[in-house]
Ligand binder design. Structure first.
Ligand code: UD1
Ligand code: CA
Length: 513
């Protein structure tokens, strides 16, 4: 089976037609011990159910039925978001996988032709594996074909019983298997192709005499064999593809495999992944050639990283776009656009609506939200920038805050081209700073600044000479001041009367003492 390509997770195998796809997703998933239905647990950017549907999508089935039951509201809501064309069908009571398949077929009574039936908890299935199964089914003229795999540890899975000639005879669940059958390492993948009419007939007669008192879909095979119908069991090329997921340990293991596949495909396509063990990339992400992913990088959702960009170390990008040659270092970004050759970090937080144009810079300890930063503009240090437009070639000094929220509503700040915002400026929105204007460090800017003006909005500085000598006698500061030439005796208490300037100091400050 070929590896998934970045941004897609199917192969170029020509799609083979099935009339319908049925996904069994009604089970409790008890072993997950979760309030979330099992099939909604996520790995690699999709739910388990989402992965199964994505693998089946290239088959081009006209009808997709998803059997829902446990946690059905959540599953139905999820389906409407990720696969609106899929039809949820409710299995009121979870009476087994065979019963679930029957409920699905009852919902499409006129359906004929081959049907793909899949467990909803097989997130590693690939389109190629499914296409090969469907092709084998039709080539063999089979009425029921089961996908199988040879695994090292078959514990918990249904075993494939073959006769001396290698023909499939039955599928036996582990709970119901003899010791001899348990030694078999060929297992049922929980993926089947069957002709709709045949399947309807055989499902209607399924027994419940088994360890769980349920109707097993796996019990459909033996009666067909006895009736002389042509059946087949097809081994998956890569046994990993068929692994199910029943508890959180398996979820973690499947997530690792999925991630390895994605990273392999990226590396083959020319992406440097410095440390595959700590780099996590969703199947929905694309990364261009010669991009470098440093250790501790997570690329999630619809993130797109262009060629030559450097991401990481220790960076999480969710639904972001990173342009060619850009770099994002030790930062956390969500729904942000980092333009070509722009730089971010270390230690910055880009929130939704942040758009950095070509060559723009967001440095260290900066938070941005809903802001357009023009070409070559910089926000180098320790700032909050929200609800703003910044023109080109402007600089926002350290520790500047865009004061965008008055407790009721958000307001915008507009900064023109080639503006210099002094360090520690408070820009109280709504406010506009015109092209080429400056603001003085420490200013609280509440009024618009015309182009080319210097806005100063801070108290004038006053130095109270000799204050340390008088008020902190004997201190290290007083000694340092004396050594630097401050007049008077650093070690003696100052007995002079208060000076005018100390009396006029603001009440509550030390100057008053
Ligand atoms: C099933 C197979 C087993 C196979 C394994 C592969 C049966 C009886 N056994 O075992 O041979 O090796 O998958 O992973 O099928 N479901 C419903 N309604 C129900 C019961 C189950 O929709 O009433 C769905 C589940 O949501 C799940 C699938 O059917 O997606 C399989 O059920 P599960 O309980 O996970 O079966 P396994 O024990 O894994
Ligand atoms: Ca299972």
């Amino acid at each position: 089976m070929s590896q998934p390509q970045p941004g897609t997770d199917h192969t170029d195998a020509p799609p083979a037609a099935v009339a319908a796809v049925v996904v069994l997703a009604a089970g409790q998933g008890t072993r997950m011990r979760s309030a979330t239905p099992k099939v909604l647990h996520a790995l690699g950017g999709r739910s388990m159910l989402g992965h199964v549907l994505a693998a089946a999508a290239p088959l081009g089935a006209g009808t997709t039925v998803v059997v829902v039951g446990a946690g059905r509201e959540a599953v139905v809501e999820h389906l409407s978001a990720v696969a609106p064309a899929a039809r949820p069908v409710v299995q009121e009571e979870q009476r087994g996988s065979g019963h679930a398949a029957q409920v699905a077929l009852d919902a499409v009574p006129d359906l004929e032709g081959p049907v793909l039936v899949c467990n909803g908890d097989s997130p590693l299935l690939t389109a190629g594996t499914l296409a090969a199964l469907v092709a084998a089914h039709s080539e063999a003229g089979s009425v029921f074909t089961v996908l199988t795999a040879e695994v090292d540890d078959p514990t918990g899975l249904g075993r494939i019983i073959r006769d001396e000639a290698g023909r499939p005879r039955a599928i036996v669940e582990e709970r119901d298997a003899t010791d001899e059958q348990r030694a078999i390492r060929e297992v049922n993948a929980g993926v089947y192709v069957a002709n709709a009419g045949t399947l309807r007939r055989v499902l209607a007669g399924l027994p419940t005499e088994n360890a769980q008192g349920e109707q097993y879909l796996t019990d459909a095979l033996a009666p067909l064999v006895h009736g002389g119908a042509p059946v087949a069991a097809v081994r998956a090329e890569d046994p990993v593809d068929v692994l199910g997921c029943n508890d959180r340990r398996e979820l973690a293991a499947r997530r690792r495999v999925l991630n390895d596949r994605v990273l392999d495909a990226l590396m083959v396509a020319g992406v440097t992944v410095v440390d595959p063990a700590t780099t996590w990339v969703d199947v929905t992400v694309t990364v261009g050639a010669d991009a470098v992913l440093q250790p501790g990088t997570q690329l999630l959702g619809t993130t797109r990283v262009a060629g030559g960009a450097v991401v990481g170390p220790d960076t999480t990008l969710t639904d972001c776009e990173v342009g060619e040659g850009a770099s994002v270092v030790r930062s956390h970004c969500s729904r942000a656009v980092v333009g070509p050759a722009a730089t971010v970090g270390p230690f910055s937080y880009l929130r939704p609506g942040t758009r950095l144009a070509r060559g723009a810079k967001v440095g260290g300890f900066v938070e941005t939200k809903n802001v357009e930063v023009g070409e070559d503009s910089k926000i180098p240090h320790l700032s909050y920038v929200g609800d703003a437009t910044i023109g080109t070639g402007s600089n926002v000094g350290a520790a500047t805050v865009f004061v965008n929220y008055d407790g009721v509503a958000k307001h915008r700040t507009t900064i023109g081209d080639h503006v210099r915002i002094g360090s520690d400026t408070m820009l109280v929105a709504p406010v506009t700073v015109g092209d080429g204007a400056y603001t003085a460090a420490g200013s609280v800017i509440t009024d618009d600044v015309p182009p080319g003006a210097m806005a100063v909005a801070r108290a004038k500085q006053r130095n109270v000479a000799g204050w340390v000598r008088r008020r902190r006698p004997g201190s290290a500061a007083a000694q340092a001041a004396a050594a630097a030439g401050d007049a008077g005796t650093a070690n003696a208490a100052d007995t002079r009367p208060r000076t005018d300037e100390s009396r006029s100091a603001a009440p509550g400050t030390d100057l008053d003492q």
